[in-house]
Design a protein around this ligand. Structure first.
Ligand code: KG4
Ligand code: ZN
Length: 371
């Protein structure tokens, strides 16, 4: 990381670029005396591209980013009413994520930075999610306990300051969004699965299927969802051709198991967080699964029981977006940091490198959560 002399600037305007999964996104954000203001926030989704395959196909995602990114960036600049010359820097997601897509966005960011002589900030996508609760007016102040739950990630992070993150727990197999998506696939509900499982669960009986609650009662705040997913697959095989009511009941039973696990793990995470940073009492949920109303409600309840505030970003900033990447970039520039144009795209990039080394969640090469 190289130092860039912007530390004294009271106002910073940054273009953010996000292409790590299946959203092509660009946003312009101004950080004025530490307060973020989103000037534009454009997202080009790829659902139609991936729906026939019932999941994100990395090669198709990368190609769609190539086809859609230029126009998305142009739209973000137009909506902000700015030219590249008006920017103080360019921030692009450099990982973790699907490598083809990450390369497309990072390369575009580098090209704009080079052509317009602006500093580049190579942003860790997880840092974007970690800071996303600060995007809204009056958003979370440091420090806070973050439950980051999305299609690729599932972890508890103590967010202490910009660039200062301690991972308290993580999944040892699937991410939570991945578990939702796999259950949706098993039941042929469609893609993306999370919102469809949540909607089906509202019509179902959560007591009909006795599903396991992996890690419940265990020490620490790690997660595991592989066993729960397998149990759902077994029930689907037993049912043969599940009716709509069968599907709703299984979704409701699955979501009830998730709620119990999330509540148990969050209680333990608060216990770990409390002695060092808990006096501030802030619990925050971010990432796509934080859009789930039942999960939000359970977390809110838990927080209230412990005297914590609960906060989750508006839904549009829970799922992948470029405003959070622009914010992470602007915060880093404000601290005087930028990155070299040789910065590589990284498929894996833990936010808390030390925790990832000391307590790896999976062996290198095995499939699993992105970080
Ligand atoms: O943060 P995100 O857009 O992308 C990643 O970085 O992974 O999260 C997408 C994930 C998908 O797995 C999607 O099914 C899940 O978030 N998701 C939900 C809901 N909305 C999105 N899961 C459960 N309930 C929801 N309402
Ligand atoms: Zn994400």
């Amino acid at each position: 990381m190289t130092r860039y002399l912007t530390a004294a600037m009271a106002s910073l305007t940054v273009l953010g670029i996000e292409t790590s999964c299946d959203e092509t996104a660009a946003a312009v954000l101004r950080l004025e005396d530490g307060e973020p203001r989103v000037l534009s926030d454009i997202i080009l989704g790829q659902v139609a591209h991936h729906a026939p395959y019932k999941g994100v196909v990395p090669e198709i995602a990368a190609r769609a980013h190539v086809e859609g990114l230029d126009a998305t960036i142009a739209a973000a600049m137009r909506e902000a009413g700015l030219g590249f010359a008006d920017l103080d820097g360019v921030a692009a997601t450099a990982g973790p994520g699907l490598i083809g897509g990450v390369m497309v966005g990072l390369l575009a960011g580098k090209a704009i930075a080079l052509a317009h002589d602006k500093p580049l900030v190579a942003v860790n996508h997880l840092e974007g999610h970690a800071l996303s609760p600060r995007l809204a007016t009056g958003g979370a102040t440091f420090p806070y306990l973050l439950l980051l739950v999305s299609g690729g990630h599932c972890q508890f992070i103590a967010v202490l300051d910009v660039g200062v993150y301690r991972r308290l727990g993580t999944t040892i197999d699937d991410a939570l969004g991945e578990a939702f998506d796999k259950v949706a696939k098993l039941l042929d509900l469609g893609f993306p699965g999370g919102p469809l499982v949540e909607a089906a669960a509202r019509q179902g009986d959560s007591t009909r299927f006795a599903l396991p609650r992996p890690m419940l009662g265990r020490e620490g705040c790690d997660f595991s969802f592989a066993g729960l997913k397998t149990a759902c697959a077994r029930e689907v095989a037993r049912l043969g051709h599940p009716s709509d009511q069968d599907k709703a009941d299984l979704c409701a039973s699955f979501q009830a198991a998730i709620l119990d696990v999330v509540a148990d793990r969050t209680t333990n995470a608060m216990r770990l967080f409390d002695p060092m940073w808990g006096a501030t009492g802030r619990l925050v949920a971010a990432g796509g699964v934080a859009a789930n109303q039942a999960i939000r409600a359970r977390l809110e309840e838990l927080a209230a029981e412990r005297g914590y505030d609960f906060n989750a970003p508006p839904l549009k900033w829970c799922t992948d977006n470029a405003a959070m990447i622009a914010l992470a970039g602007a915060e880093r520039l404000r601290l005087g940091f930028s990155d070299d144009l040789s910065f590589p795209a990284r498929p894996r990039w833990p936010l808390d490198e030390m925790a990832a080394r000391l307590r790896p969640s999976h062996k290198p090469g095995r499939k699993g959560a992105k970080a």
